[in-house]
Design a protein around this ligand. Structure first.
Ligand SMILES: [Mg+2]
Length: 383
């Protein structure tokens, strides 16, 4: 009685935003650009009238989704007025207001929805996955990406992954010559025949060479090949798909439900990488997954360069989405950041992410670490 009354009526009174720069362990290269030095994210903290807190993360990548500056401004300036004073449980209405308040900035909207559902879950005493419709799995197979230009370093990482029972890797390709990609894939195939190996070009191939290069990679039979060409080249994606037997996944070509509809209509892929940051929240990500499922396409749980807090939003989304069957890539908190910001370690056991069952997202950020890595912040409270 008390809890439900609180959740039904309680309002949001505090809205704090931090811009963080998190140091990383190595340089990584991708078809669309490198990541080196730090990963920059935005953290949102919502506070309720009774003092409860909810957290969300925006994880932009300037060459893929957008900039950290745009995310920070989207939350701090354009979305804040639609949130402070609103009822916590009015998630759908608040998210609709946020979408009307500012275009794009899907990562900022993902942070908002995460913080709302984390706060609602903590007040109701239930996990976020329960608010999304319930849990269809307790664990999610973890995939770790290999994107170090120093392949020897990546091979050492693979040994560590094997020790940790991680059975899936995704080889990032298309940032150097074709021979480098073939050599790495052949080496992994030969030395680790039981690994589930996927290949992701991150749009790295030019239109004139893409089909031949993808055909050569497909001959080595990775589990799937992801986004070989630029996001907008739907026709070329469809052509490539028609010439290989390995499944072709769309990533950068499909952000939200609108893109998914076009991708299905034009037949550009056999599956899709579902990301909370691309879709603009967990619920829209679930819509994309449902659309893929309805036409027989597979779905993979992708991510951006994230801390464990954004990983948790993805975990709860996948926990509540039966259609996401190809595992997840929530590896940065454990294998790429020098230090994650969660108060407890992001849960990975025997190569699987374990779905938290505690209230809200299940793990809170460590605010000492948030302050430690803060570049700037805005802590305005409602009057
Ligand atoms: Mg990708």
């Amino acid at each position: 009685m008390i809890a439900s009354t609180t959740l039904s009526n309680e309002k949001i009174t505090g809205f704090a935003v931090w811009h963080l720069a998190l140091p990383t362990v190595s340089r990584r290269e991708h078809g669309i650009g490198p990541v080196e030095g730090t990963v920059e994210i935005v953290i949102l903290e919502l506070t309720s009238e009774s003092g409860a807190k909810g957290y969300g993360e925006a994880s932009p990548w300037s060459v893929f989704t957008g900039s950290v500056e745009a995310c920070y401004a989207a939350l701090d300036r354009y979305i804040r007025p639609h949130v402070v004073g609103s009822r916590i449980c009015d998630v759908a209405a608040i998210m609709a207001d946020a979408r009307r308040a500012i275009v794009h900035c899907t990562e900022a909207k993902a942070a908002l929805e995460s913080a709302l559902l984390d706060l609602a879950g903590r007040l109701a005493g239930v996990p976020v996955w329960a608010l999304l419709g319930g849990k269809c799995r307790d664990t999610i197979a973890l995939s770790c990406s290999l994107a170090n230009p120093d392949f020897a370093a990546d091979l050492a990482l693979v040994e560590r992954l094997r020790d940790d029972a991680v059975g899936i890797v995704k080889l990032k390709a298309g940032f150097r010559d074709h021979g480098f990609d073939l050599m790495r894939l052949e080496t992994l195939r030969r030395d680790h025949p039981d690994l589930d190996i996927r290949v992701d070009f991150n749009q790295g191939l030019g239109a004139e060479t893409a089909i031949n290069r993808v055909r050569d990679i497909a001959a080595l039979e990775p589990t799937f090949i992801e986004q070989p060409v630029a996001a907008h080249l739907y026709g070329l994606m469809a052509d490539i798909r028609s010439q290989i037997t390995v499944p072709l996944l769309a990533d950068e070509s499909v952000f939200g439900p609108e893109d998914m509809m076009r991708a299905v209509h034009e037949g550009i892929c056999d599956g899709v990488s579902i990301k909370v940051m691309k879709a603009g929240g967990m619920r829209r990500a679930m819509t994309v997954a449902g659309m893929a499922e309805a036409v027989g396409l597979s779905a993979y749980g992708g991510d951006m360069f994230e801390s464990g807090l954004a990983h948790l939003a993805g975990v709860h989304m996948i926990a509540a989405t039966p259609a996401v069957t190809l595992g997840c890539e929530f590896y940065q908190a454990r294998y790429y950041l020098r230090e994650d910001i969660l108060a407890d370690p992001f849960p990975v056991v025997d190569g699987n992410v374990v779905v938290p069952d505690g209230p809200g997202l299940g793990i809170e950020p460590d605010l000492e670490k948030v302050r430690k890595y803060s570049v700037r912040h805005s802590l305005e409270q409602a009057a």
